[in-house]
Design a protein around this ligand. Sequence first.
Ligand SMILES: Cc1cc2nc3c(=O)[nH]c(=O)nc-3n(C[C@H](O)[C@H](O)[C@H](O)COP(=O)(O)O)c2cc1C
Length: 319
Amino acid sequence: MLNNSKRYYSIAPMMGKTDSFFCFLMNNINSKTSIYTEMMHSESILRTKILDNYNLLNDLSNITVQIAGNNPTSMAKAAKKISTHGFSKININCGCPSKNVLAGEFGLSLLTKPIIVRKCIEAIKCETNLDISVKTRIGIDNNEDDSILDDFVNEISLADVNKYIIHARNGIIGKLNTKKNLSIPPLKYERVFKLKKNFLNKEIIINGGFLNTLEFTKYKNIIDGIMIGREAYRNPWIFAKKSITNKEKINIVIKYLNGLKVFFKNKPFNKKSISHIHNIYNNINGAKSWRKAVNYAVHNNDLHFLLNYINYNYLGKNV
Ligand SMILES: Cc1cc2nc3c(=O)[nH]c(=O)nc-3n(C[C@H](O)[C@H](O)[C@H](O)COP(=O)(O)O)c2cc1C
């Protein structure tokens, strides 16, 4: 069912949200939706088994791994591991304004250090054939100077990167925490549209404040795609086929839970996997009781409770 208008949209990387389980959920809702994983630091990719969580997915072709860091050697080694794992796309985080990230001199601080990013990309390209994109913001602090972002894209383009995802807000360093940095700096879509006009041969994706997947016709001639973050997590059904019924939604959740059951057969259960479906039945009869059931299941690490709950409360009933 995925027509051009749905392909136009993607799901933003979100720490603590777009993990392997959420990617698995989305693959059940719409296996063609492009999803960006939560940010993973190159060193954590190298030193831990974090990528193994993605063994849950049969198909990785729609998943882009977001990587963070600033050391070309470490980034290249991590990228190689990502590639060996079966992924084909990575995205480099140059937009995160969190205190810890800035202290580590990656994330948003790289917007003004594009040479470092270019060197990381060149190192990654020496080791892998991964498709590389970069995600950043339109600027830093109250600086309105277009040249920061233009210089960034110009420099990174020297490493032959053709896809840029731009959160249409400045990031404010020091004065705003990460959460406030997602709402207080004003959205400036015009700045991203202007970037596209300046770099017509680059794929420019806009991000920030989009709430549905219905605006393809409005934006298709202005910008190459739209990335959605918070609303995709709040209501992942915006990525489902238009005519999806409540019954189909219930069956998707059953399939998701059964997939988890198999995955956790020989390993410790991770309650994060079911917290993603807390709001999944909003707007369906019994949503409040469902949320209570999920709370219970999360609290008790009890996946089977939810499957039994669905069997008893939803199946065979008019929902
Ligand atoms: C909980 C949360 C975690 C986030 N984590 C990341 C991240 O790991 N990497 C990143 O590039 N952006 C991250 N972001 C920013 C989003 O990718 C996106 O740029 C931002 O939410 C704006 O899009 P939206 O208005 O559609 O939510 C995060 C946002 C939220 C709400």
